[in-house]
Ligand binder design. Structure first.
Ligand SMILES: CC(C)(COP(=O)(O)OP(=O)(O)OC[C@H]1O[C@@H](n2cnc3c(N)ncnc32)[C@H](O)[C@@H]1OP(=O)(O)O)[C@@H](O)C(=O)NCCC(=O)NCCS
Length: 216
């Protein structure tokens, strides 16, 4: 994998994270504690001492091994959040997943859909990946809007899929394949050509997500 460039659309830039982002990241995580907690991935084996530099190091190690691309999201030149491409597999799958967050003061300005579109197009057209996936808790209405805006297709309900805020949580899964949109995600969205209804979750899955899977 070559060097990842900074990618821009208007006021939004995504660029590779660096160790020297630790201070800004730590500051934003502290400032946005309540905003992020409900949606934060947690360790199923119990809380670990959280170390921001260590978390950046582990993202960079994952990147060097070819498994991910960790981006910082900047809005108007300021550190605004993170977008991680993770779980990259090449070969017959050629797929990856995307996760993201933005600081509360930058919310509602379309920065995240722009960042997701830039990252997805990078994965399709520069890394040669074929499928990108985003999984979202059923309760996360703002994040569901992000995939809806970009026309990610709903693919299904995954039970107890990711450990978030202290427990295994159901997720709705959405995806796009490169062949569906040769013009790219950003362009299709900006030109108002996102097909209506792709991200709609069927009523049966919404109802199912309201009743947690029974476990012993
Ligand atoms: C989900 C999230 C990344 C969306 O980012 P964003 O940059 O605000 O995205 P958008 O600007 O497209 O806004 C998406 C929706 O958020 C909602 N929203 C807008 N401003 C908001 C605010 N100040 N507070 C809460 N929600 C808001 C709106 O419903 C908006 O949809 P609309 O544009 O149709 O009105 C952001 O809310 C966030 O970081 N939340 C906490 C962490 C998280 O949920 N991460 C994703 C896990 S899957």
């Amino acid at each position: 994998m070559g060097t990842t460039p900074a990618l821009r659309d208007g006021a939004v830039v995504i660029r590779p994270i660096r160790l020297r982002d630790a201070r800004a990241l730590e500051h934003e995580l502290a400032l946005n504690r309540g905003w992020l907690r409900t949606w934060e991935a947690t360790n199923p084996h119990g809380p670990l001492a959280f170390d921001v530099r260590g978390s950046i190091r582990s993202l960079l190690t994952h990147q060097r091994a070819g498994g991910g691309v960790p981006f910082v999201v900047e809005v108007d030149g300021e550190f605004a959040g993170q977008l991680n491409v993770s779980g990259i597999t090449y070969g017959s799958l050629s797929s990856a997943s995307i996760g993201y967050w933005i600081a509360e003061r930058f919310a509602g300005r379309g920065a995240t859909p722009t960042a997701v579109a830039l990252a997805t197009d990078h994965c399709f057209f520069s890394l040669g990946l074929h499928r990108m996936e985003i999984c979202i808790r059923p309760e996360n209405a703002p994040s569901l809007r992000v995939v809806e805006k970009l026309g990610f297709r709903y693919e299904g309900l995954r039970r107890r899929f990711i450990h978030i805020n202290g427990d295994w949580r159901d997720h709705f899964c959405f995806a796009l394949t490169a062949e569906e949109l040769p013009e790219g995600v950003l362009r299709r969205w900006k030109e108002g050509r996102v097909p209506a209804g792709a991200g709609v979750v069927p009523a049966a899955d919404r109802a199912a997500a309201l009743s947690p899977l029974r476990v012993r």
